[in-house]
Write a protein that binds this ligand. Sequence first.
Ligand code: FES
Length: 85
Amino acid sequence: MTRVRIEVDGSPVEGLAGQSIAALLLATGRTSWRRTRTGRPRGVFCGIGTCFDCVVTVNGLRDVRACQRRAADGDLVELQEDDRA
Ligand code: FES
């Protein structure tokens, strides 16, 4: 299996080619990576691209659904702590 290596808020994360960014985040033990305006944690909810709870910034592009985006080697992922999604 081909491995991919991405960077999440400056930390390296490895996974397998074909995995979503959400899958890589979950594999690191994260269950949430964003907070609502009221401070409630958000991560994967629907897992099918409908709810937008899982959004992250990828290579400078905001509001990418982590459950729908396959991790590509070298991706720079930033967690979105705000609720502007
Ligand atoms: S978890 Fe719902 S859009 Fe990604």
